[in-house]
Design a protein around this ligand. Structure first.
Ligand code: G6Q
Length: 550
């Protein structure tokens, strides 16, 4: 395949961009008073308003052509049919099978994988029910109250984000904790909050070799044995989720307490698998199933909806428009829901680990930008911090405003005062980012404050907002397991779509593996007594300085 930036649709987009770059969205809204009608997609309770973007019909047509030229539809079929599209690891990317609620078989190397998927779901259901009901007890016969998930990256971020998001569905007598950092503070501070007799550790690691996770898991085991003084207690307090049965066995976790998943589940796509055990324990298996249902709905939507009515595709194409043509290289995720406070960092991994790549599928260095720098924070907190830059900075930051219409919490006047204020803030931001405030408007406002002419002159440029700052609003009824499943799957498929357009493999992560490899080189040098040489002078000195002062 010729490089996508040499394709006819890319070239057409380039010429179109020359026209579009100076057009203000204010004018687009004046010209097209039905802009919202044209540029929104309603999918059941999900409303995606992408009208506040620097696009026209022509932009969307050209972008859709680009997706076609990149053979998005073929690649989508290959994803769903279990082709080994993660070719650098010789693996399929079949997370869609984990939430396949149809009765259809999904074949991998000619064999239906659904029976195994369902078997593990049943195992999760029994175990989650037993923990919640108290049937599964700690070694001394007490009910489990604390569930500590020990994992990192894909074995941590999804479950942690979801347990936070769906707290209102959580068991009141179980607290989930997530320990990921190898910094001893993480596990030590968590253990301080827990009682060994009522604590369950979930060691979540696809490989069961990750240094951080294994170090934390061994420290947890030491802590448990110090208190319970019997190796037999491990059976009542440790379960493992992994693809590596031998390593789980070596750690001392009973086969019965192991939940399997498979190499065709990428780490950052694994929350739908047994890696979600902390979720199913906390919110119950029925709710976990609803999360899967939500994702399955979007799998169907992504598969079946025409490209120009397809939520993940539209989000992806608008992203490509900004990254590759406007050269806006960052993207903000701004959820107006406290529950989604971890959503930006979860998506950071999903997006940046998938599409943060400069080599295409043919092994060539790409000559265009790929994945954006993703960042964000829940609203309204971000408004009092970094939104200044979004409004008036020299960088333009396309932003996603994510907002449920209803809150789980009834508080304030009429029981919805807080939520109305939250919604008002969210909508107001998208409006002012798009409209801006002209010099004339700023001047008029200052005049109304009865300021003297000199002061008005000084202040006017500072109070002027260029506007034309793009945003997409994603609204849905309420943050439920189902809607969260949908939201996550929307972004997963958006990321996939962009990876296809950029012709990169979104499913490997050699940068992460490299990190795992280099840490192993430095650790022995920190331990050995003699002076370290052999690295560059900075690294040698950092190691030697640390050794001297440790
Ligand atoms: C995700 C990455 C990475 C991975 C962690 C943990 O896609 O592969 O974030 O999830 O490195 O790996 P283990 O689950 O093998 O411990």
């Amino acid at each position: 395949m010729t490089s996508i930036n040499k394709s006819s649709s890319w070239k057409a987009l380039n010429s179109h961009f020359k026209k579009m770059k100076s057009i203000h969205m204010r004018d687009l809204f004046i010209k097209e008073n039905n802009r919202f009608n044209k540029y929104h997609i309603q999918y059941e309770d999900f409303l995606v308003d992408f009208s506040k973007n620097r696009i026209t019909d022509e932009t969307l047509n050209l972008l859709t052509n680009l997706a076609k030229e990149a053979k998005l539809e073929d690649w989508r079929d290959r994803l769903f049919s279990g082709d080994k599209i993660n070719f650098t690891e010789n693996r399929s990317a079949l997370h869609i099978a984990l939430r396949n609620k149809s009765q259809k078989a999904i074949l991998l190397d000619g064999k239906d994988i659904m029976p195994n998927v369902k078997k593990v779901l049943r195992q999760m259901k029994i175990f989650s029910n037993d923990i919640r009901s108290g049937k599964f007890k700690g070694y001394t016969g007490k009910k489990i109250k604390s569930v500590i998930n020990i994992g990192i990256g894909g074995s941590d971020l999804g479950p942690a984000m979801i347990c936070e998001a769906l707290k209102s569905y959580g068991a009141k007598d179980i607290t989930p904790y997530f320990v990921s950092n190898v910094d001893g503070a993480d596990i030590a501070q968590t253990l301080e909050l827990c009682d060994p007799e009522t604590t369950l550790f979930i060691v979540a690691s696809k490989t069961f070799t990750t240094q951080e996770t294994m170090t934390n898991a061994y420290s947890a085991r030491t802590w448990l044995l110090k208190h319970l003084k019997d190796r037999q207690s491990i059976k009542n307090h440790f379960v493992a989720i992994s693809t590596n049965g031998a390593a789980v066995d070596k750690f001392g976790i009973d086969k019965e307490n192991m939940f399997e998943f498979w190499d065709w589940v990428g780490g950052r796509y694994s929350l739908w698998s047994a890696i979600g055990l902390s979720i199913s324990i906390f919110i119950g298996m029925d709710n976990f199933e609803k999360l899967l249902n939500g994702a399955h709905d979007i799998d169907n939507h992504f598969k079946d909806a025409p490209l120009n009515k397809n939520i993940p595709v539209i989000l992806a194409l608008i992203g490509v428009w900004y990254i590759n043509f406007f050269k806006f290289n960052t993207h903000a995720i701004l959820p107006y829901d406290q529950g989604l406070s971890l959503f930006p960092s979860y998506l950071q991994q999903a997006d940046m680990e998938s599409n943060g790549k400069f080599i295409d599928r043919n092994g060539n260095k790409i000559k265009y930008h790929s994945g954006p720098i993703l960042w964000g924070e829940s609203g309204t907190n971000g408004q009092h911090a970094f939104y200044q830059l979004i409004h008036q900075g020299t960088e333009v930051v396309p932003s996603d405003f994510i907002m449920p219409i209803h809150s789980h919490y009834s508080i304030g006047n009429n029981g919805n005062e807080h939520h109305k204020i939250l919604i008002a803030n969210c909508i107001a931001q998208t409006q002012s980012l798009m409209m801006g405030k002209t010099n004339k408007e700023a001047r008029k406002e200052l005049k109304n404050q009865n300021l003297d002419e000199n002061m008005i002159k000084i202040l006017t440029p500072h109070k002027t907002f260029e506007g034309n700052r793009p945003s997409t609003s994603i609204l849905f009824d309420k943050l439920t397991p189902k809607s969260l499943g949908r939201l996550i799957a929307i972004y997963e498929h958006k990321i996939f779509t962009q990876g296809i357009i950029w012709n990169i493999n979104s499913f490997d992560q050699w940068g992460v593996e490299y990190g795992k490899q280099i840490a192993k080189l430095v650790l022995p040098k920190l331990i050995e007594p003699n002076e370290t040489s052999g690295f560059d002078s900075s690294t040698n000195n950092l190691i030697n300085y640390t050794k001297k002062n440790i």
